[in-house]
Design a protein around this ligand. Structure first.
Ligand SMILES: O=P(O)(O)OC[C@H]1O[C@H](O)[C@H](O)[C@@H](O)[C@@H]1O
Length: 387
């Protein structure tokens, strides 16, 4: 059965007594919508819809979550009214259509726990999604932030980038607590992936992978991954937040923070080189893993006059990828010219895989911010240690 906006509206109205105090007392909230046109293929999956903050649970079909910031109850009510008015028309994306303006928000798919959209306060998209992206299980769609686990690239015997990006995740209603600074004043959702019988056949290790996706009051996108070994024996894994940044023109992009580092070149059988330039720029295909990078790097978009600042913890390596024209043309889910508008810069653990003993947990944090390029590197705190 297809799940429509009507269900969402019903859900809000029938639980109004629960939702009102929450929305009036909190400036931040998690708004959960099912969006049929994006992932119709997942709509049959019975997944629990959990508004833990609201004090009720409901079992509904659900596949896409929206994390929205700074919305008062009145704004939300207004939006619901707008959606209600459009109920007789075919379902449309309320956010993309301009029928409502939410400003800062994140969209997350339960398929792969993939962040598929991150918007600033002007409603401008900050992550790349290919116009030819295929939103079809079991593959990850081309764009956003796929999670590469328990393998990055071809570093092992598993499918490329591991299986986590191709699995359905669940909302984690009751995650083990995180430090207070990871929760206060933020809108967030917790997702969970556990090893399935099928996965155990190719990767025989029991794990729990918890991902918190959150939006800070400044509009930063935070991702916190926690992988726990619930096995009787140790296991190792590699990992990456495969982050597709949306850029104006790849030839105008510069990465600062990776200069002088060693890197493995995936285009030359992972041969090791040392970066020589003052900054990384792009004029052909690049597929590299920079090793032992600082915990903050910057991606400067000269044309748009904005800079992505990537801060990370527990993620020593950085994958940098742009397929350029020839490879882009060979990819079914990428437009011929779209390579010009994307750059993958991945906080990752690749060269020295994480080894977890039974009962141990690993944490990898990534924070993405956008600032005006008039900020100079010193003010970005690129030499700051961690988040
Ligand atoms: O096409 P995908 O499986 O999503 O992989 C896309 C790219 O991801 C990484 O950046 C790898 O280093 C590349 O070799 C790969 O081509």
């Amino acid at each position: 059965m297809y799940f429509s906006y009507l269900h969402v509206l019903d859900l809000f109205s029938s639980h109004q007594t629960h939702t009102l105090p929450f929305f009036t007392n909190n400036r931040f909230f998690l708004l959960i919508f099912c969006f049929v046109p994006i992932f119709p293929q997942f709509c049959h999956l019975p997944l629990p819809l959990v508004f833990s903050n609201l004090g009720f649970c409901s079992s509904r079909s659900l596949d896409v979550l929206w994390i929205v910031k700074d919305q008062s109850f009145l704004d939300l009510k207004h939006t619901i009214e707008e959606l209600r008015c459009g109920l007789n028309s075919p379902p449309i994306n309320p956010f993309a259509s301009g029928c409502t303006e939410f400003g800062k928000l994140i969209r997350v798919s339960l398929h792969g726990a993939q962040v598929t959209s991150w918007k600033n306060e002007h409603g401008e998209e900050l992550l790349f999604t290919s116009s030819k992206a295929i939103f079809k299980s079991p593959k990850a769609m081309r764009g956003g932030i796929p999670i590469c686990f328990p393998q990055f690239g071809t570093c092992g015997s598993l499918e490329l980038h591991g299986f986590a990006r191709n699995r359905m995740w669940f909302i984690d209603d009751n995650p083990p607590p995180l430090p207070a600074y990871d929760s206060i004043g933020k809108s967030f959702v917790d997702l969970l992936l556990k090893s399935s019988e099928e996965d155990m056949k190719c990767w025989p290790h029991s794990f729990e992978f918890r991902l918190r996706v959150s939006l800070t009051s400044d509009g930063d996108l935070n991702l916190i991954s926690r992988v726990r070994n619930i096995n009787g024996k140790p296991f190792s894994f590699s990992f990456a937040y495969h982050t597709y940044l949306l850029v104006s023109d790849i030839s105008e992009i510069r990465i600062e923070g990776l200069e002088t580092l060693d890197y493995l070149d995936n285009l030359l059988q992972k041969e090791r080189f040392t970066e020589q330039g003052d900054a990384i720029t792009f004029e052909s295909e690049v597929d590299r893993v920079y090793l032992g990078s600082p915990n903050a790097i910057a991606v400067l978009d000269h044309e748009r006059k904005r800079t992505f600042v990537i801060r990370k913890e527990g993620l020593p390596d950085v994958g940098v990828w742009n397929p350029w024209d020839k490879k882009a043309k060979s990819m079914v889910d990428m437009g011929d010219e779209e390579y010009k508008h994307m750059l993958c810069v991945d906080g990752a653990v690749i060269e020295k895989p994480v080894i977890l003993k039974p009962g141990e947990e690993w944490t990898g944090r990534l924070q993405l911010s956008v600032v005006a390029s008039s900020f100079c590197s010193e003010r970005l705190g690129l030499d700051r240690d961690g988040l």
